[in-house]
Design a protein around this ligand. Structure first.
Ligand code: ADP
Length: 430
């Protein structure tokens, strides 16, 4: 039970840690990206302004440096920063071009330029060999006073910065995964420490319940026998009131005896002191016996009991525990079905790679609201406390049923509609 809590705590730690790490990666990556982008913006704007200043005189004199440069050389220049200066007629008057493989794309971009003057814009594209290129580009008009002389386009190849960022992100993710593994490990250790005092106090409580239940059994059975002896003594002349009191006492003592025995079963199960002793037996015969034992109670309540089961369903399980499981389910069905109703036990073999047997106990009783259906298998949980108490219920039955099914590596579930009845479905591997 505590190892489940420990695992849940570890998962909780891990989820919280993952959220923190993801938030850390996202915030730091976004921060770095923002700072880098701002720096690039400022740089490109400064470069562009410089080029504007440098080319005012040249454009005024209508000079062109293209002719002055050795053409081949000019075409081979390829740095991170490049620029193009055009006069008012759209003629290229000066340039320092980017590397050859991206020139045509850059020229295309310039010819279809739409962006705001003086603003650095990120441009992403693929060049002929499929390589991705990221540029930041800026354009400004060149004025001499009020007179427009031309336009400059400046760009910078920032692909490598983004490559570094991408690698940084990978490194961050890898480090985070390593930290996460360490956190899960440490979380598991810490969760184990947290559980130690809870486990100790739970063990003491369990021991107390086990001892108290054990000690109570003898006096209770003496009490019951004593009442029966008094009732059967012919020399006693009991008034009808005394007879009634003795009857009530007997049923109360029986109720307490059942509760004490249920508590003992749970305490022993928790302590792992109850062994499941499996044997081969015929489920049909066992179920028939149980139905026979419940027949008087069912008759008293005018309930019909039905069994739908093929002869000879041989299972390999703990006979006593399966008997107890059927008793609990049938007892509940009888308790929570109003007089005149019907209860059926259906047993089927489920063939397949893992053959199992399905036991369905269905009644046409009060039913269980959906919100309670998952909780009724918890200890001491009762949907309607008053009703359950009136019926002699303690809220332990179904938790014992669940324990028995779990101990057989099976499953138990309920399907129910309030006002129409409930079906308890048990699957047991055989
Ligand atoms: P109890 O001793 O109170 O019956 P159980 O653990 O056997 O305790 O059942 C838990 C609760 O589930 C009951 O109090 C009851 O409200 C509900 N319950 C169990 N079986 C049925 C049923 N067949 N029909 C309606 N309600 C049921």
């Amino acid at each position: 039970m505590f190892s489940k809590i420990r695992n849940r705590l570890t998962i909780l730690y891990a989820v919280v840690m993952t959220i923190f790490l993801l938030a850390f990666i996202a915030v730091s990556y976004a921060g770095i990206l923002w700072v880098l982008h701002r720096e690039e913006q400022q740089d490109i704007q400064a470069f562009t302004q410089e080029e504007v200043k440098e080319h005012v005189m040249m454009l005024k004199r209508k000079e062109s440096r293209i002719m002055l440069k050795d053409d081949d050389n000019a075409n081979n220049i390829g740095g991170k920063i490049f620029f193009y200066v055009f006069d008012n007629d759209g003629k290229l008057v000066d340039t320092e071009e980017p590397v050859v493989k991206m020139r045509s794309k850059v020229r295309d971009m310039i010819s279809s330029w739409q962006d705001t003057d003086g603003e650095g814009n990120i441009k992403k594209f693929h060049i002929a060999d499929g390589e991705r290129v990221i540029l930041i580009m800026c354009s400004m008009p060149i004025y001499d006073g009020q007179e427009l002389l031309g336009r400059v386009y400046v760009g910078e190849d920032i692909t490598s910065y983004y490559e570094i960022l991408k690698n940084l992100l990978i490194v961050l993710i890898v480090i985070s995964i390593l930290f996460l593994i360490a956190a899960v490990f440490v979380g598991h250790l810490l969760a184990g420490r947290v559980i130690v005092p809870i486990n100790n106090s739970f063990s003491r409580q369990r021991e107390f319940v086990a001892n108290a239940s054990h000690e109570l059994r003898t006096p209770l059975s003496i009490l019951l026998t004593s009442v029966e002896v008094v009732q059967s003594d012919d020399d006693n002349h009991l008034s009808s009131f005394s007879t009634q009191v003795l009857d009530d006492m007997k049923s109360e003592v029986r109720r307490i005896t059942k509760m004490v025995s249920d508590l003992l079963t749970l305490a022993r199960a928790d302590a792992g002191a109850t062994n499941i002793i499996k044997e081969k037996f015929d489920l049909y015969t066992v179920t028939q016996q149980i139905i026979r034992s419940f027949q008087p109670v069912a008759d008293e309540k005018t309930l019909e009991l039905g069994l739908d089961c093929e002869n000879n369903i041989v299972v390999f399980a703990d006979k006593e525990r399966i008997n107890q499981l059927l008793l609990i389910l049938l007892d509940n069905a009888i308790k929570y079905t109003p007089p005149g109703g019907r209860i059926d036990i259906v047993i089927r073999m489920i063939e397949g790679p893992k053959p199992s047997v399905r036991i369905i106990v269905q009644d046409k009783g009060v039913g269980i609201p959906a919100a309670h259906q998952n909780l009724i298998f918890d200890r001491f949980y009762r949907v309607d406390k008053v009703r359950s108490r009136e019926e002699g219920g303690t809220g332990i039955g179904l938790s014992i049923a669940k324990w028995i099914v779990d101990a057989h590596e099976g499953s138990i579930s309920v399907e129910s509609t309030p006002g129409y009845g409930s079906s308890f479905i048990v699957n047991l591997p055989i």
